[in-house]
Design a protein around this ligand. Structure first.
Ligand SMILES: [Zn+2]
Ligand SMILES: [Zn+2]
Length: 591
């Protein structure tokens, strides 16, 4: 039996560099990193490295230019053949199969994602840079990941894992939605929750822990029901939505919202040792609603036909799962989101099934349904500088009339319960609340106990007697996008005045300075501070200094407390100022 040749360390290093050349990490004409960086990268001595580089010079794969450095040579038939041999020797040595871009003839096995040709080679400082190793991934684009806005809907078993992954990968803006609170049974599959969190809001705790995992990411949580309480304008500002849900109704809502404002969403589902993950992109293959069976559709319509009961049933879904299957499926979901962030190819409308009992994985493409009710994307959206809590139905109707004529109708996402009527004793109770806020316990007549009829609407025509009510009071969420139509067309209006309060990604940001700011003398403060990015607070008052500085404008709208500890007067000891950023002003003023 032939002995497997053992290779020397310089040979191994040389073949690793060759593999990187063949993979396109180092291209012809590029300069190799400096010796000290290569020594650090491979963890070898200078003499070993030099021996490795020498062997590459010998086969004309790199060339040394005196006083400048080493460069990758032009690849030709001869040195390419030698390079391939060197790399394949290395493979048998490490026994790890590689797929090279140059080998057209390899039919099986994983394919590397194409290398981004423009990506410069960066040697990260792994001591100081927590995301440094990601820079070594050929296609990783740090800015795209840092700028990404991702919504995670559901902070249960899947949501915990997804949020953890996003924070670890440095996904810059994470918006977490859940309406539930933490109970002890959640702890067995929720890496972000602790025993002391019992009773706290899941979304809030998940956001706080994401910030702990990686203080560089910006987080925001929303404690509420995704099907009714979150404005569409929030969806509109996301790059990807990740569904970590356990019920069909919530999935259907996320599916429709995503379709309406044309955003990709990544669904995941788990039960015992089984799981699935799938990407849906509007207009590309099937959507979630397309995947529903006839029976599922019937179930949904039965629930909707008894409106008050339907909502209560949604909350019952408790599915037995394990943290292991949650991390597997959430891992796939997070990776799909990462690919979407990078505009890498994904397979929308296909499902990946994982059977953890047999470890079988298979993918299936769903058939899009021609007349699927989810398939509708909003046209141009008009941004109005209005807020839901101050804008009345009448205000909105006037805008709709201006654009669409006197027949314009405003259409609500959610049914508005106008009244409950008892068919037996004829009593009538005005309600005027969104259906999400009218519980099933209200359904029975307080006089005779009979189930009352629910009088409701989802359209405002202009002849209603409650047009002076605000949008908020009838259940329109902040930053929502309202629809209005006439017989010919739809128009879409976003309540943009809510933007600052509704979407900020600044929950759990660090305080402006660790210690309270101390003054050494009396000072009168205006209720407004104007500052530039990276500005220091300076006060136009002789002999007074503030210890602390403002790093950036993320504290916009927050208050800081100024403490004057030299004052004897208790009432004047503390003052709170509101921070406003105005980049046109050069100096920070506080006087
Ligand atoms: Zn569909
Ligand atoms: Zn009655």
């Amino acid at each position: 039996m032939a002995e497997i040749p053992r290779k020397s360390l310089p040979n191994i290093i040389a073949s690793q560099i060759v593999a990187q050349i063949l993979d396109g990490v180092y291209k012809s004409g590029y300069q190799l990193p400096a010796e000290r960086d290569l020594i650090k990268q491979f963890g070898v001595s200078r003499s070993t490295l030099r021996e490795a580089l020498k062997s590459l010079e010998d086969i004309n794969l790199i060339e040394s230019r005196h006083g400048v450095g080493r460069f990758i040579a032009e690849l030709n038939e001869k040195n390419l053949a030698q390079a391939n041999k060197m790399a394949s020797d290395a493979e048998s040595q490490f026994d790890t199969p590689r797929v090279r871009l140059t080998s057209e003839d390899s039919p099986e096995g994983p394919r590397r994602l194409p290398v981004t040709p423009e990506k410069p080679l960066i040697i990260p400082n792994l001591k100081k840079d927590r995301l440094g190793t990601f820079s070594l991934i050929s296609w990783w684009e740090r800015d795209k990941v840092a700028n990404a806005k991702v919504m995670v809907v559901g902070a249960g078993a899947l949501g915990n894992e997804v949020v953890k992954n996003l924070a670890l990968m440095g996904v810059g803006h994470i918006f977490i939605v859940d309406f539930d609170t933490i109970e002890l049974a959640n702890l067995s599959r929720s890496i972000l929750f602790r025993e002391s969190d019992s009773g706290r809001k899941k979304a809030e705790v998940a956001a706080a822990r994401a910030k702990e995992i990686n203080p560089n990411v910006h987080v925001q949580y929303f404690h509420g029901d995704i099907t009714t309480a979150l404005g569409l304008g929030v969806f509109r500002r996301m790059d990807v939505i990740i569904g970590c849900l356990d019920n069909r109704e919530a999935r259907l809502a996320v599916n429709r919202f995503s379709y309406w404002i044309n955003k990709p969403w990544v669904d995941g589902a788990i039960q015992e040792f089984f799981g699935l993950a799938r990407v849906f992109i509007p207009g590309e293959g099937a959507c979630f609603e397309c995947t529903l069976t006839e029976q599922a559709r019937r179930d949904l319509s039965i629930r909707y036909s008894c409106p008050l009961l339907a909502r209560e049933n949604i909350l019952l879904g408790k599915v037995p799962t394990t943290p292991t299957i949650a991390s597997i499926i959430a891992g796939i979901q997070s990776q799909e989101a990462l690919k979407l962030i990078h505009n890498k190819p994904v397979e929308p409308g296909k499902v990946l099934h994982f059977n953890g009992m047999t470890n079988e994985v298979h993918t299936t493409a769903y058939t899009p349904v021609e007349d699927c009710e989810s398939h509708w994307t909003y046209g141009d959206i008009t941004e109005l500088p209005l807020r839901v809590d101050t804008t009345t139905l009448d205000d909105m109707l006037q805008i709709a009339h201006r654009d669409l004529g006197p027949d314009a109708v405003i259409e609500l996402n959610q049914e508005l319960v106008l009244a409950l009527n008892c068919p037996q004793c004829g009593t009538h109770e005005d309600i005027l609340r969104p259906i999400s806020e009218v519980g099933f316990n209200r359904a029975h007549c307080s006089v005779c106990g009979l189930l009352r009829e629910v009088e409701m609407t989802h359209a405002i025509h202009g002849d209603e007697n409650f047009l002076s009510r605000t949008l908020a009071s009838i259940g329109v969420p902040p930053l929502h996008i309202l629809r209005a139509y006439n017989t010919e067309e739809y128009r879409f209006y976003e309540l943009n005045g809510d933007l600052q309060d509704t979407l900020h990604f600044n929950h759990f940001d660090r305080p402006l300075s660790e210690a309270p700011i101390k003054l050494t003398g009396h000072i009168k403060l205006k209720d407004r501070v104007v500052m530039k990015k990276h500005a220091k607070i300076t006060i136009h008052e002789p002999g007074i200094k503030i210890a602390g500085s403002i790093e950036d404008d993320k504290h916009q709208g927050q208050s800081i407390k100024i403490i004057d500890d030299s004052s004897k007067d208790d009432e004047q000891q503390e003052q709170t100022i509101k921070i406003m950023t105005d980049s046109s002003k050069k100096d920070t003023e506080l006087s």
